[in-house]
Design a protein. Structure first.
Length: 183
């Protein structure tokens, strides 16, 4: 009986010590030891999940630059870029938003703000040629913005040929016939 118990303990010890790398990585992951998963098991599929968890933690701490620099291939990097772009937009740094984060929603808003500001300035322009050139420039610099689309619609409306004015129908001629004689 003691021998059987000894064999069971020995077999159990072997089984515990013989965990696969995947199992060891999963255990570390479950314990929240994400960096250790990356360090020891970086080639396993679970390493990508560990990387995302680290990025998420840094994102939640507001460490957006670190997320972008070290975890740029995670969904959290895109969200970090959007957070930074939003902050720059709120500070009025429109050119910086457009230059550094061109694909962000904040860049789209920055372009719209710039187009609208330039358009409003053009409305004060008296010279029609300068005004039209400025409108074309806005359309080219900020394509896809609401302001550019509005300008395009205005220009198309102005350039449409005018419909000819309706002409009055000719008066019906009096039927030929006898003149009425006075009696």
């Amino acid at each position: 009986m003691k021998v059987l118990f000894g064999i069971l303990v020995f077999a159990l010890a072997l089984l515990i010590g013989c965990a696969t790398p995947e199992q060891k990585a999963q255990k570390l992951f479950d314990q929240g030891k994400y960096q250790e998963v990356l360090d020891k098991y970086g080639t396993l599929p679970i390493a990508a999940e560990a990387k995302a968890k680290i990025a998420e933690g840094l994102f939640n701490e507001g460490k957006y630059e670190e997320v972008i620099a070290n975890y740029g291939d995670t969904q959290w990097a895109a969200q970090a870029k959007n957070k930074i772009a939003d902050k720059l937009l709120s500070e009025g740094k429109l050119d910086e938003v457009i230059a550094k984060y061109p694909d962000s929603p904040a860049a789209k808003q920055a372009k719209e703000n710039k187009a609208k500001t330039e358009y409003e300035a053009l409305l004060k322009e008296k010279d029609k040629k300068k005004k039209e050139a400025g409108m074309l420039e806005i359309m080219n610099k900020y394509p896809g913005t609401q302001t550019a689309e509005m300008i395009k619609a205005e220009m198309e409306k102005k350039n449409q040929p005018k419909a000819p004015a309706k002409q009055a129908a000719p008066k019906a001629a009096k039927p030929a016939g006898k003149k009425m004689e006075k009696k």
